[in-house]
Ligand binder design. Structure first.
Ligand code: NAD
Ligand code: MG
Length: 384
């Protein structure tokens, strides 16, 4: 039996992961499940999968979790420290599906113990990519991408020489405001931004899809994961969300990954890797699909894409600052304190301020440096 732990088990990716594991329960021993507020779901899954340990990130929820699991023999814990500690528990495969930079420390602990890390939490690579990749190399830990675009690139690269890659094209659905005017975007509510035309995902990534901050994070994620140069990374809007990414090679070939918009494909690929096994996603009917369309991503409507290029050119702590500023700006938008387009304005202003203060560039990044840059960026966004 393979030991598996799922961080962010109660979320969209976590639940899809448990769906796959639940279809083949004899193959897996569930070690750790973590969640935040949704104690009912966490406890229900911990019992169903007979987890050894269930952890909530919310310290105040510990009594509720203890009650919900009383008599089960399942260990309980609470708080960010307990989540990080849980990632040091021996396991073979870890799903990193916490949302936000809160996923960084558990992912690092999983890497340090040499577990295979299935990485949905793109924030890990945006905030601390060079450090995380170096730690994985030192520990001999494998990181497998779960973001659909990066899973697609990874699959297209299998058996290929990375030096023969000319370009990596990641697709974007365009999100909720694909066909909206700038005026409509300026007035958008959190409810409007949190609807997605193709994918069912957590609230935060859905809003990030509408602003293209999600695609901006993914450009940086692609650079960190595959080591390709920023100018090799392209974004194209593909409203049908059927091609997830394409890799172009020196001979002009473009290898595309085509599949339905169902995260269980990318999760299953990372779960079964290096083998392929049956995954219960819809099989595409090409004739019924009829056509696939593409259009350019308008830089004016999506400043996040321009900022991603700026962040990649700057390096250092720019990724940590970009991610943290975005997370805090998103909090403010969801709380109706700022408008939809103000998110990018604030993120850009914080990058400019902190670069001018000399806080972004210089030398290799450290974990303490990442956490300090993250905290400073959040404070600056809130103080504007
Ligand atoms: P979600 O909001 O549905 O779930 C987030 C999970 O993290 C929940 O289990 C929640 O309890 C937990 N959590 C929230 N705040 C936490 C904190 N401070 N500390 C510890 N745990 C906390 O999010 P999601 O859509 O499943 O996304 C998870 C990650 O996967 C994100 O990084 C996202 O960008 C990435 N991702 C998601 C999708 C998707 O289809 N949902 C696709 C690609 C990548
Ligand atoms: Mg994605």
């Amino acid at each position: 039996m393979r030991k598996v732990s799922i961080f962010g088990a109660t979320g969209s990716i976590g639940q899809s992961t448990l769906d796959l594991i639940g279809r083949n329960p004899d193959a897996y021993a569930v070690e750790v499940l973590t969640g935040a507020q949704n104690i009912t779901q966490l406890a229900q899954d911990a019992r169903r999968f007979n987890a050894k340990l269930a952890v909530t990130s919310e310290a105040a929820m510990l009594p509720a979790l203890r009650d919900a699991l009383s008599g089960s023999g399942i260990e309980v814990a609470a708080g960010a420290g307990a989540i990080a500690e849980a990632a040091t528990r021996p396991t073979d495969w870890v799903m990193s599906a916490i949302v936000g930079v809160a996923g960084l420390m558990p992912g690092l602990h999983a890497i340090r113990q040499g577990a295979t890390l299935a990485l949905a939490n793109k924030e890990t690579l945006v905030a601390a990519g060079p450090l995380v990749m170096a730690e994985a190399a030192d520990a001999g830990a494998v990181i497998l991408p779960v973001d659909s675009e990066h899973s697609a690139v990874f699959q297209a690269l299998t058996g290929e020489d990375i030096d023969t890659v000319e370009r990596v094209v990641i697709t974007a659905s365009g999100g909720a405001f694909r066909d909206a005017t700038l005026e409509q975007m300026a007035a958008a509510t959190p409810e409007q931004a949190a609807t997605h035309p193709n994918w069912a995902m957590g609230q935060r990534i859905t809003v990030d899809s509408a602003s293209m901050f999600n695609k901006a994070l993914e450009m940086i994620e692609a650079r960190e994961f595959f080591g390709v140069a920023p100018e090799q990374i392209e974004v194209v809007i593909h409203p049908e969300s059927l091609i997830h990414a394409l890799v172009g090679f020196t001979d002009g070939a473009l290898m595309a990954h085509v599949g339905p918009p169902d995260m269980r494909h990318a999760i299953g690929y990372a779960l079964h890797w290096p083998a392929r096994q049956h995954v219960p996603v819809q099989r595409l009917d090409l004739v019924a699909m009829g056509q696939m369309t593409f259009r350019a991503a308008d830089a004016q409507r999506y400043p996040a894409l321009r900022l991603a290029r700026q962040v990649m050119a700057t390096g250092g702590y720019a990724g940590a600052v970009f991610n943290a500023a975005k997370e805090r700006a998103l909090d403010l938008f969801l709380a109706r304190n700022i408008g939809f387009l103000d998110m990018a304005t604030r993120v850009e202003a914080v990058l400019t301020q902190m670069d001018a203060a000399g806080s972004l560039r210089g030398g290799a990044i450290t974990l303490d440096g990442v956490l300090a840059a993250d905290a400073e960026a959040r404070a600056r966004v809130a103080a504007m």
